[in-house]
Design a protein around this ligand. Sequence first.
Ligand code: AMP
Ligand code: MG
Length: 415
Amino acid sequence: MSTATTCLDESDPNALTVEQALERVLAESEPVSGTETLAIAGALDRVLAEPVAARIDVPPARNSAMDGYGLRAGDGRAGSRLRRVGVSAAGHPWQGAVGPGECVRILTGAVVPEGVDTVVMQEHASESDGGGVTLERDASPGANIRERGEDTRAGTVILDAGRRLTAADIGLLASQGIPEVLAVRRPRVVFFTTGDELVPVGQPLGPGQIHDSNRYTLAALLTRYPVEFVDLGVIADTEEAVRAALAQAGATADLILTTGGVSVGDADFVSQLLQREGQVGFWKVAMKPGRPLAFGRFGRALFLGLPGNPVSAMATFSLFVRPALLRLSGAAADPPWTLRARLLEDLRKRPGRADYQRGILEQRDGGWVVRSTGGQGSHQLRSMSLANAYIRLPAESAGASAGEEVEVIPFQSVF
Ligand code: AMP
Ligand code: MG
């Protein structure tokens, strides 16, 4: 593990690449143990602890995909005149059988009566007052009929263990009549921010003070994950205060998150304590914004110490905390979706660190284009607020010019 230096060189030989750092974070992030049974209505975004198999065939019976007439395919010629013998509506199946020369009025979702093997949509037939139905087109066998089990078959695995449940999954479970699922326990995240200059929202600023934004950002980000979290507040820049907060967090947390105090300044007790009392990890990651990042363990808890600058805290959250949270909660930490976009302006950069500039991505003339949000300082939180994507320039890049294709990571896939 590298030790702290004050080297400001862009290409610090001790710094890990983003990929190396992520690999180490993931190697340490084991899914938590423990499960709980949840009603499906409250299971959105939770992670399945076991696979789920279909209990029934869906649809449970052959039914019509259209409003129209059900008949025997042998009678399905343009010009045929059929006798209407009944009505099959959704939830009200017609019990009889349809014979040659006969048809039933059938509505979408209604069970297909015995004898019927094609449905002619009502736009292709006309009905007279006397109950005679004349077909206007030929009907092909099986048309407009949904077969039993066509969506899911009883016994098939429909959701795998480790699946983070989506709205579609919840609906799929409901369609199976499955009321509950076994979910992985939510990992417990305990977090705090550090800094003598920080004042919570709601209190006026004194000389030299700023409002603590990171704690609010973190809480907002964590809300989107299948975790429970505890906010320990702002911790003063003293060794005792940071030690006490870490001890309190370490007693119950699966993951401790902090911001600030991980540089090499005199007041950077988080990194000092991690090196002395935790289980190693002090890193510089060759990324911008974002270095340094502290990583390791306190007690049984995994620890990620994010930089204090608000943009750096968010960038390191998206690259390292997010995958760790997913892994801890039993889900896969798939790499984010990226796309290529045409750059609308020149971007400056020095070779050495991978750059995650804040960009505004939009569609233009059928393709993606991206531009910078402007000021890219790691203290400029507005750049994150204006942006909807990172523009990722590789470490070796020396900038990019207008018209070039660049790699873009939409925020939806990293927050
Ligand atoms: P540090 O990493 O503690 O050296 O902080 C780096 C910069 O981020 C300093 O300018 C801090 O004032 C600022 N900062 C640290 N923590 C926060 C926070 N919670 N909210 C807003 N700014 C912060
Ligand atoms: Mg600080």
